[in-house]
Design a protein around this ligand. Structure first.
Ligand code: ZN
Ligand code: ZN
Length: 293
């Protein structure tokens, strides 16, 4: 049982509210909090934590094969079958929790889940110097994807529309450009983070024949995509979701990922509806909900 401190609103939450997935319950999956009760794990009581969002069964074929994030019987915090973090308390299995170091503030640690999701790309693909990598979309997730990819030493370019958002990345030494200057067949790897179906078409243009497109957006509804060019150009498409928490916490604690400049505004939980409206405005980065200190 975790007393919630801070929750981030992410695009998945905005999509859930719009009905992309038939979830009914408390939203919120990016959180920090403090453990209040832990039957069988009393040493956790009082610890400040973040938590992996999928609670798994350990019995199904996916679990037994070590792919717990694809458990057939999973519940997912604030997304599927399990009330989420936009409440005073939440419940997760102890095995999902990760203690966070004292020096790591809640408003930074709350970026653990999306930073882990960004790092998942590097779990799935080997990325390093000499590779031409493009990130399309410079929103909340695009920023974290770009910052984590920059650490690999790859030849990175971020394409976006919003000059202020691109400027933040440029300030960190990351090459940026506007999306209308996208060049065809330039990239070995393209990561699509726009959240819009049109982003896929941009990614397809940018990737070279034989290259790879990583999809990070969860689109609502169907996306009309001409598949033949993917066959002819032998493009690999990789879906990418949750990632490893421990390295995400370490990067945030070491200050190697800048999360602070991504926070647009903070609201108390009692103004949560207003916070969702704010988060849904175009160009607004991360909106945080403060539940308790
Ligand atoms: Zn999220
Ligand atoms: Zn399972």
């Amino acid at each position: 049982l975790v007393r919630v401190h801070c929750v981030g609103i992410c695009n998945t939450d905005l999509e859930l509210v719009r009905g992309y997935y038939p979830y009914v319950g408390v939203p919120g999956h990016e959180f920090t909090g403090r453990v209040e009760a832990a039957p069988g794990g009393e040493e956790w009581i009082g610890r400040r934590v973040v938590g992996e969002i999928s609670a798994v069964c350990h019995r199904c074929p996916a679990c037994r094969a070590g792919r717990g994030s694809h458990c057939r019987n999973r519940t997912v915090l604030g997304i599927s079958g399990r009330d989420g973090a936009m409440a005073e308390h939440l419940v997760l299995p102890l095995e999902n929790l990760h203690a966070i170091p004292d020096g790591l503030a809640d408003e930074t640690a709350v970026f653990t889940e999306p930073t882990a999701a960004a790092l998942q790309i590097q779990e799935q693909l080997s990325i390093g110097p000499g590779q031409r990598v493009q990130v399309i979309g410079a929103g909340k997730l695009g920023h974290l994807v770009a910052q984590t990819l920059a650490l690999t030493g790859c030849d990175l370019l971020v394409l976006g529309r919003n000059a202020a958002r691109l400027g933040l990345l440029a300030g960190r030494g990351i090459d940026t450009d506007t999306v209308d200057r996208l060049k065809e067949d330039e990239a070995d790897l393209v990561v699509e983070c726009t959240g819009n179906p049109e982003g896929f078409e941009l990614a397809r243009k940018a990737v070279r024949p034989g290259g790879t497109i990583v999809l990070k957006s969860t689109y609502r509804g169907l996306v009309p995509v001409p598949l033949a060019p993917l066959v002819v150009d032998e493009i690999t498409v990789v879906g990418s979701r949750c990632g490893p928490f421990r390295p995400a916490i370490e990067l945030l604690a070491a200050g190697r990922i800048d999360a602070a400049s991504l926070v647009a505004e903070r609201f108390p939980l009692c103004r949560g509806v207003e916070a969702f409206d704010r988060a849904a405005e175009p160009g607004v980065m991360k909106v945080l909900l403060d539940v308790a200190g």
